[in-house]
Design a protein around this ligand. Sequence first.
Ligand SMILES: *[C@@H]1O[C@H](CO)[C@@H](O)[C@H](O)[C@H]1NC(C)=O
Ligand SMILES: *[C@@H]1O[C@H](CO)[C@@H](O)[C@H](O)[C@H]1NC(C)=O
Ligand SMILES: *[C@@H]1O[C@H](CO)[C@@H](O)[C@H](O)[C@H]1NC(C)=O
Ligand SMILES: *[C@@H]1O[C@H](CO)[C@@H](O)[C@H](O)[C@H]1NC(C)=O
Length: 394
Amino acid sequence: MLRLAGAVLLSAAAYYVYLPLPSGVSEPWKLMLLDALFRSFMQAVRGQNLGSLDHSHVIEARSSPAVNVTDSALGGVPTRVFRPIGGEKLKRGVIYFHGGGWALGSGRMRSYDSLCRRMAEDLDAVVMSVDYRLVPEAVFPDQYYDVLAASRAFLSTEVLEHYSIDPERVCVSGDSAGGNLAAAVAQKLGSDDTLKVKFKAQALIYPVLQALDFHTPSYQQNQAVPILYRPVMARFWLQYLGANSSLEPLLLANNHSSLDESGISADIRSKLNWTALLPTKRRKHFQPVVKQTGSPGVVGKVPGLMDVRASPLLAEQDVLGKTPKAYVMTCEFDVLRDDGLMYARRLQDAGVTVTSDHYEDGFHGCMVFASMPVMSNVGQRSMSNYIHWLDQNL
Ligand SMILES: *[C@@H]1O[C@H](CO)[C@@H](O)[C@H](O)[C@H]1NC(C)=O
Ligand SMILES: *[C@@H]1O[C@H](CO)[C@@H](O)[C@H](O)[C@H]1NC(C)=O
Ligand SMILES: *[C@@H]1O[C@H](CO)[C@@H](O)[C@H](O)[C@H]1NC(C)=O
Ligand SMILES: *[C@@H]1O[C@H](CO)[C@@H](O)[C@H](O)[C@H]1NC(C)=O
């Protein structure tokens, strides 16, 4: 651990001393360290040595006094299961999807493992952390189908009975790309009238929800704020949707959603029209970037850009209205802030009870990285509030 901390410090000192951070962000120097760590992680992944890297970052399943942790499968998808020992006979249930741009991460990683242990313990809940397939082995809709299959299995009488889960108290949750998958699953299963058991709640942590506008005020404001830089998010999207990475500059210019793109109707545009969906306080001085002429045809070539299973913000109001009570966590210093704020607003407009929990000093990833040695105050706070919300609402 010391060696790792030393390496992180060194690279932070070497590269990020002059990183301009916005005033108001929680504990800036810790964010720089985290950024250094995240960048070396990304670099290792770029080296395509994901297998061995994955191994060094995961921890073996083991039993702690309060929670029994085992590796299992749900609907054929590998899943780490956290079961509280003792407590009430019937437990609450949470299915969790980790973040990492649909390309990184695992429920077995230390940070996710710690989060799920704590949820299991504090909530007396059975928590299932799903290891859906990742880019580059899998692209959309594989990730979506994996979490959907796992969710259907989770809600089955067989699994609920086996784990003594109360069918009235089950929730779907996830962060970042996992929040995207959780929102998509909540939509699909909310509209499925054949299901006997439905989710009681959806808890979305700084979710990514759309890929048509890379110039929302939060994308503009935070384009150079660690750890999720604007071009990195565009790259994650292109890889997830199986598209050519040479489209990146075009996406960043909003050329794919120019007005001469007839594939995007006015109705679709209204679903992410932030001049109407965001309060003035968040719009600030930022202006929409809407090209009259751009690069029409891209959404035809990359249909995932318009697919609600990839972009839950584009869903119809009646679909949103059938989703469960929602918790949406957003951070001021995050390019995805407005994705989450717009979604919270659209859910509310559709009649869903929404708790919108915004952190003025938060940054992307803060909650999950709260359990790392480089702890962040806003991370700890947000994790407590998230678990508190679940305690009150599940
Ligand atoms: C943990 O769960 C596994 C699998 O259900 C079971 O075999 C084991 O006995 C459990 N351990 C404890 C300490 O309850
Ligand atoms: C990606 O696009 C570039 C530029 O248009 C092209 O040269 C390349 O062959 C494409 N790659 C794939 C895998 O289609
Ligand atoms: C967005 O909403 C505003 C305010 O309602 C409206 O003036 C504008 O035309 C809309 N833009 C688009 C692209 O729909
Ligand atoms: C965006 O579209 C405009 C108009 O077609 C074009 O001039 C410009 O080069 C495009 N930009 C990118 C990055 O593709």
